[in-house]
Design a protein around this ligand. Structure first.
Ligand code: HEM
Ligand code: MG
Length: 231
């Protein structure tokens, strides 16, 4: 298998998820972004990022609801608002404000400029970024959806970028790596990044996520029903 980074062609489909897009850009997922099954996503995440299945299987299964095929999805369908896609993203605009699919450099400045004075992001800075991105959306998007469901998704995503681009035991990630991951949807191998030797699981993510939560000073805008994610 060829895992070099190749930018997507105009006909290739991509998602609002920098993780899945990076895996597709490196050929761990089909480069055309089409007909992707749950096992394909779980295998790609493990091979490409050493992300174990337990931390992403719910998202992968939910993702199947984005389209009509019973067992596969196309990456662009994941922009479906409120399935997984939510407002106050780190690198994409809010659905009600236009484009919730493509990387947006203006939106990304909040994360890019976080943790000033040092060359890494950590769970504390990631929580502050979540707070600041939500404050911007609350101020600019009268249709914002911000319930515990969106919050827990956002917290998991912050744990994931810190873990896949950094050290999943400390939650410390070099800024340079995180920025390449979001902006280019590329594994920064040439810059010195290596796939984590520790498998990233719910168990490694939870302590990082707890710090993200503590630093995000979050409150809900609307309530939602409790989520049932499995048996
Ligand atoms: C968003 C990472 C797997 C669906 C995100 C974000 C990150 C991320 C960091 C936040 C982007 C932002 O706020 O701008 C990862 C990593 C994965 C992974 C590292 C695996 C190694 C998955 C899977 C699915 C998924 C399996 C479901 C099929 C999404 C969607 C979003 C998203 C729909 C958009 C949410 C939004 O910002 O509105 N992901 N992800 N991801 N992810 Fe993933
Ligand atoms: Mg979004």
């Amino acid at each position: 298998n060829n895992h070099e980074w190749i930018a997507p062609k105009a006909t290739d489909l991509r998602s609002p998820c920098p993780g899945l897009n990076t895996l597709a850009n490196h050929g761990y997922l089909p480069r055309n972004g089409r007909n992707i099954s749950v096992p394909m996503m779980l295998d790609a995440a493990l091979q490409g990022f050493n992300v174990g299945p337990d931390s992403i299987i719910q998202a992968a299964k939910f993702g199947l609801l984005s389209g009509d095929d019973p067992t596969t999805l196309n990456l662009d369908a994941l922009k479906l608002h409120s399935l997984i896609e939510h407002d106050a993203s780190l690198s994409r605009g809010d659905f009600a404000l236009g484009d919730n699919l493509h990387f947006n450099a203006t939106i990304f400045t909040t994360l890019a400029n976080a943790n000033p004075g040092v060359d890494y992001y950590n769970a504390t800075s990631a929580g502050q970024v979540q707070h600041d991105r939500l404050a911007i959306s609350l101020a600019t998007n009268p249709n914002i959806i911000n319930t515990p469901k969106e919050f827990l998704t956002r917290v998991r995503e912050s744990g994931l970028y810190l873990s896949v681009m950094g050290n999943p035991l400390t939650g410390v990630a070099p800024k340079k790596f995180v920025q390449i991951f979001f902006k280019e949807e590329r594994m920064p191998i040439a810059e010195g990044w290596k796939r984590s030797t520790t498998t990233i699981t719910a168990e490694t993510l939870n302590p990082i996520e707890d710090i993200v939560i503590d630093n995000s000073n979050w409150t809900f805008t609307q309530r939602c029903e409790d989520l049932v994610l499995g048996p």
